[in-house]
Design a protein around this ligand. Structure first.
Ligand code: ATP
Length: 212
């Protein structure tokens, strides 16, 4: 069965943390497609700073030479709030026979039960959770009511060929960085070279993004 991984985010801008997550997805899931989906209108946070077009273009520049990866603008084209449930539903229509996976960080998992139709998300896909916090923080606080198999290892997942109602820890080469830190650094004229791809730096300079 085809494996389709959805990796959504604001990508404002895309940085090494995101790229390492994509590496981990490729390594551990071997998907047919990774759909990297820049968020159009985030329902739970402030609007992104850079336009959808700029965020999407930076993703394309950062992710070239990855045959299984598609930068997918479906949320940018939509005029509704970017609920993951709606995006997954849309992806499911496009790939009706595939196993669907949705990637998110631990910080996002902490608020998962407040997401629009989160139970339906669990019925449609397997959550791939990548670490960001310390081991102590990685308790499944507030997720007791989640009707899913939690903490399954990627290897077990493969053996079971399971792709719904499970939350899997995706091992990844952790790096402590965020788009917020990148934007702050750029705003104050500092360099963010260690976490941005050179082509993304060039693009940011060309369009004067993230200046105060
Ligand atoms: P911001 O600082 O603007 O909130 P971000 O760096 O968290 O942005 P997003 O585009 O919002 O980036 O992230 C998309 C997903 O990637 C989220 O689920 C987030 O938790 C995860 N993520 C981003 N950076 C890292 C990182 N360094 N380690 C682990 N997960 C990360």
């Amino acid at each position: 069965m085809k494996r389709i991984v959805v990796f959504g985010g604001t990508f404002d801008p895309v940085h090494q943390g995101h790229l390492r997550i994509i590496d981990a997805i490729e390594r551990h899931i071997s998907p047919h497609r990774i759909l990297v989906i820049p968020c159009g209108q985030p329902p739970h946070r402030a609007a992104p700073i850079a336009s959808g077009e700029h965020r999407s273009e930076m993703l394309r520049l950062a992710c070239n030479n990855r045959p299984s990866l598609v930068v997918d603008d479906r949320e940018l084209r939509s005029d509704t709030l970017s609920y993951s449930y709606l995006t997954l539903k849309d992806v499911q229509l496009e790939y009706p026979d595939a196993l669907l996976y949705m990637t998110l960080g631990w910080d996002s998992l902490a608020s998962f039960t407040r997401w629009h139709r989160w139970q339906d998300i669990l019925d449609m896909s397997c959550l791939l959770v990548v670490g960001r916090s310390s081991k102590e923080d990685q308790e499944y606080i507030g997720l007791q009511e989640v009707p899913a198999e939690i903490g399954l290892s990627v290897e077990k997942l493969e053996a079971a060929n399971q792709a719904t109602r499970c939350i899997v820890e995706l091992p990844f080469d952790e790096i402590d960085c965020s788009s917020t830190e990148v934007r702050e650094a750029l705003r104050f004229g500092a360099s963010a070279e260690h976490v941005l791809k050179p082509q993304v730096i060039e693009y940011i300079k060309k369009y004067n993004l993230y200046q105060s």
